[in-house]
Design a protein around this ligand. Structure first.
Ligand SMILES: *Cc1c(COP(=O)(O)O)cnc(C)c1O
Length: 396
């Protein structure tokens, strides 16, 4: 019998929509032509890309010519930040971002510091929210770019992106948002012109891996990222990933058509899950905001355990979740996000993230909670630290 998998790591990647897989297939076989070629075999691909561009543009209220396909969300983030920094360096050398960004943004900003840019990293509050007031305080006359994520991947916090964008754009500064987690889960609109650039990725919404897009408002001076052929209006050279782009558009179509319904369903399941965990497992807290939170996102810190240990044990039951730590050079370090919201190192080590998806069922969550109670109980029973604490606390 095949091992049963309970997939609760939809913030890492998502299973593809079957329809998106099917939509891609012809572009691997009969319609394989290079969209840049002159003969009619190439036309199907060319047309498919332009249709996909229209569909994707419509999901955020953009014009098709403002959508550039990239090889990932990471690439879209890199492009937005590096190229905006270069194009506007005559205006200033100051960039603002936050301490809780994805590494695609953080490491890009750190690279720019090596090139002589000044970067301010904003701290969130304990829920992971970036306040407009804290942003206002650090804007300077030579700020050229502000990059703040729409929703956080580790703790699920949704940022007040409209307010932040308005404040920045009013001052003639570019506002970029990494919307990779938010796209397809929250309504996002660039229609009022206050967001200059927005990144998204297909594989987080049931599309294929290896394709993303960058929205670039038409007045933004954005330089070419990849130099070569004339693809993507000469700004992102390289033969287009036609099947990927087609799969992305199909996934977006289905995701947006069902967004409200999925949101409500995931929210209900998530609240059920969080409530059961909080009431049935002692010494645990939810990380991130209780209210400003992505619908399928449940993240916790359990005391007296290492997140990694629990994950390994859950994995043997076929349960896929994620911890909040990055294993670097064999040593586990608490994640930069959990540190930024002020969690002490020992608490951050007990981080576990469950991210629900459109296919998650209540029964899967019940099974997961039962396994967690067992596993966490077993690990804690071996901890002398926990025994002492529990005895004092009078819960055991
Ligand atoms: C997944 C993710 C990315 C990276 O996207 P890829 O397409 O995997 O490169 C960037 N930012 C956030 C917030 C993400 O969750």
């Amino acid at each position: 019998m095949e091992k049963r998998i309970i997939y609760l790591d939809n913030a890492a990647t998502t299973p593809m929509w079957k329809e998106a897989v099917e939509a891609m297939l012809p572009y691997f076989s009969d319609a394989f032509g290079n969209p840049s070629s002159q003969y009619s075999l190439a036309n199907a691909g060319k047309r498919a890309i332009e249709n996909a561009r229209k569909q994707i543009a419509a999901t955020i209220g953009a014009r098709p010519e403002e959508i550039y396909f990239t090889g990932s969300g990471t690439e879209a983030d890199n492009w937005a930040i590096k190229m905006a920094a270069r194009a506007y360096r005559d205006k200033g050398r100051h960039i603002i971002t936050t301490k809780i960004e994805h590494h695609a943004v953080l490491h890009t900003c750190e690279a720019l510091e090596q090139d002589g840019y000044r970067v301010t990293y904003l701290s969130p509050d304990e829920d992971g929210v970036i306040s407009p007031e804290s942003l206002e305080r650090v804007l300077t006359p030579d700020t050229i770019l502000v990059s703040i994520m729409a929703a956080n991947n580790e703790i699920g916090t949704v940022e007040p992106i409209e307010k932040l964008a308005r404040m920045v754009t009013k001052r003639g500064i570019l506002f970029h948002t990494d919307a990779v987690q938010a796209y397809g889960k929250l309504p996002l609109s660039v229609e009022n012109g206050e967001i200059a650039m927005l990144s998204a990725s297909a594989h987080k919404i049931g599309g294929p891996k290896g394709v993303g897009f960058l929205y670039v408002r038409r007045d933004v001076r954005l330089q070419s990222f990849l130099h070569g052929g004339a693809q993507e209006k000469r700004r992102r050279a390289g033969t287009e990933n036609v099947p990927g782009i087609v799969g992305f558009a199909k996934a977006a179509e289905l995701t947006f058509a069902k967004m409200k319904e999925t949101e409500a369903r995931e929210r209900e399941l998530r609240d059920y899950f969080i409530n059961r965990v909080l009431s049935e497992i002692p010494y645990v807290r939810v990380t991130g905001s209780a209210t400003k939170r992505l619908s399928g996102h449940a993240s916790f810190c359990f005391q007296f355990i290492e997140g990694e240990t629990v994950l390994i044990m859950l994995d043997s039951d076929g349960i896929c979740a994620s911890s909040g730590s990055a294993c670097t050079t064999g040593q586990t370090e608490p994640s930069h996000v959990l540190t930024a919201i002020g969690l002490p190192e020992d608490v951050a080590h007990g981080a576990i993230r469950f991210t629900l998806g459109r296919e998650t069922t209540k029964e899967e969550l019940d099974f997961t909670i039962d396994r967690m109670k067992e596993v966490i109980g077993r690990i804690r029973a071996m901890s002398p630290c926990y025994a002492k604490f529990a005895a004092r606390d009078g819960k055991e």
